[in-house]
Design a binder for this molecule. Structure first.
Ligand SMILES: [Zn+2]
Length: 504
């Protein structure tokens, strides 16, 4: 038993915080009987907040979570949902290399990984990830790659049967839901019929469907409508991932997208969304290419880029369709020694140093790096970000992933950034609202019934922090820095991270 005394309990429900003792008994939060706990060991939490362990509803640390995950623990995270945007490290049939080629840019590790099915991944999580609860989604892109490789064509009915079977197997094996990445090949090739068939399975299993939609820029509103129609037609529970209107010329579309979501919600569609607390996003440079250029995978792309006419067609299309200007896109990760100086520089800067056109420069970089280039892009206005973060349907996520250079600071600082800068300093949210969006709200989305609240009968996953000091120190230039103000992180009653008297 351990009694936490004199702390401010921010219980995750969104209700106002209160002062009171919290008792941990056999890994659970127990009812406090003041007469029975007289001699029980205790910790003084004066001046500190006691919250449920933070749950990151959208992470790409599928592989790194297995190694313990220091960069998440030190932010107060005790659980993360992986397998987002269509990328899960399973399943594969026979040879994992096609799956690795498809997902390594997002999962942050070129090779040496892969699980043939969800059960095997879940078993690895169970034995290796003792400090973190890992809740996997199964990715649509990974399922498609397992059945039909990297082709974006419509699936044959036999192939769709196989994808449906693999999805059902993953959901019945313990995955908390299904994710799509409809801007990424080959998931981008999915037809309405394919998505409806798959979402019906998700609905029947009462799991969550999380989607990286077809567009977050000029096509945002249509993309939102497509997903809402899918939820209406199939009855699946819908989570719109990292909602935003990316690029200055699209900022006005956010209100329309929210209107559509709110209307569906009022009509009874179980739809919510999430966003990270930063104005910049992070992805792979191939996202700026037209879909047809990515058909068939990396080798096919590089082949196309070696043909002068095709290449210039791609460059012109990128110039026309990019929601960002080339000076809003900064290189964050490359693999070659020759380009090791590029992270931190924008494509416009690199093009001018190389005296070439920016779109041509982007294609040069893709050739030099064999199509693996990570970028950070300036996407959002401050006003739009505030509107999303403060919206009652919004959970706050990291969307963090590792790259071969400088990862987006959201990987290392999301939760302290939310509680410090966004909540305390800017005053956009109350402390209890902010904590709700990173605890019981995401827990409910994935159907957890015994985590996400500080209440008796829940697992003792707790984050103890100093609300006056909490702060992220991660920057775009120097992202991998330990945040301030997280005092202790407890998972299932055991201290998994601690500072000062909480240090192990
Ligand atoms: Zn995504």
């Amino acid at each position: 038993m351990l009694l936490l005394k004199n702390g401010l309990v921010v219980d995750g429900s969104g209700n106002p915080p209160f002062h009171g003792p919290v008792l941990i008994d056999e890994g659970m939060i127990a009812e406090v009987d003041i007469h029975a706990v007289g001699d029980c060991p205790s910790m003084d939490c004066s001046g500190l907040a006691i919250a449920p362990g933070f749950i990151d509803l959208h992470s790409h640390r599928d592989l790194q979570a297995l190694d313990g995950g220091a960069e998440k623990l030190r932010q107060g995270v005790t659980g993360e949902v992986v397998g987002n945007c269509g990328f899960s490290p399973f399943p594969f049939d026979g040879d994992p290399r096609t799956l690795q080629e498809f997902a390594s840019g997002i999962l942050g590790k070129p090779d040496g990984w892969g699980w043939s099915n969800a059960s095997n991944y879940l078993r690895a999580v169970e034995t290796q990830s003792t400090k973190m609860n890992v809740f996997p989604l199964v990715g649509h892109g990974s399922l498609r790659v397992a059945v039909a490789g990297q082709s974006q064509r419509a699936l044959s009915s036999l192939e769709l049967d196989r994808v449906a079977g693999l999805l059902d197997d993953a959901l019945s094996s313990g995955c908390c839901g299904f994710s799509t990445g409809l801007m990424y090949a080959p998931g981008s090739g999915a037809t309405k019929e394919e998505l409806e068939r798959l979402c019906r399975i998700v609905a029947r299993r009462h799991k969550l469907y999380a989607t990286h939609m077809r567009s977050y820029s000029a096509g945002l509103v249509d993309a939102v409508r497509e997903q809402l129609d899918l939820a209406r037609a199939t009855g699946c529970r819908l989570q719109i991932s990292h909602l935003q209107a990316a690029g200055r010329s699209n900022w006005h579309l956010q209100q329309q997208a929210l209107d559509e979501i709110e209307m569906a919600n009022r009509q009874g569609v179980d739809v919510e969304f999430d966003i990270y607390p930063y104005q910049c996003g992070s992805t792979v440079l191939t996202q700026w290419l037209p879909a047809w250029a990515l058909e068939g995978g990396k080798a096919a792309l590089l082949e196309r880029l070696s043909d002068k006419a095709t290449r210039s067609k791609i460059a012109r299309e990128m110039d026309r369709t990019s929601p960002q200007s080339w000076s809003d896109i900064t290189i964050s990760g490359v693999g070659t020694a020759k380009n090791a100086e590029l992270p931190g520089k924008t494509i416009a800067d690199i093009a001018s140093a190389r005296t070439t056109d920016p779109a041509e420069c982007a294609l040069d970089l893709l050739v030099e790096e064999e199509a693996s280039v990570n970028v950070v892009s300036f996407n959002q206005s401050r006003e739009n970000l505030r509107q999303l973060l403060t919206h009652p349907l919004c959970s706050v996520i990291s969307d963090g992933f590792h790259v071969k250079g400088k990862a987006h600071p959201r990987l290392y600082g999301t939760f302290p950034e939310l509680l410090g800068n966004v909540t305390r300093d800017r005053g956009w949210l109350s402390l209890s609202e902010a904590v709700h969006k990173i605890t019981s709200k995401p827990a409910r989305r994935i159907g957890l019934v015994n985590r996400g609240l500080v209440t008796s009968g829940h697992c003792a996953d707790l984050t103890i922090f100093d609300p006056a000091a909490i702060q992220s120190h991660s920057t775009y230039e120097d992202p991998d820095r330990e945040p301030e103000g997280i005092v202790a992180v407890v998972k299932d009653g055991g201290v998994v991270y601690g500072r000062g008297e909480w240090a192990a």
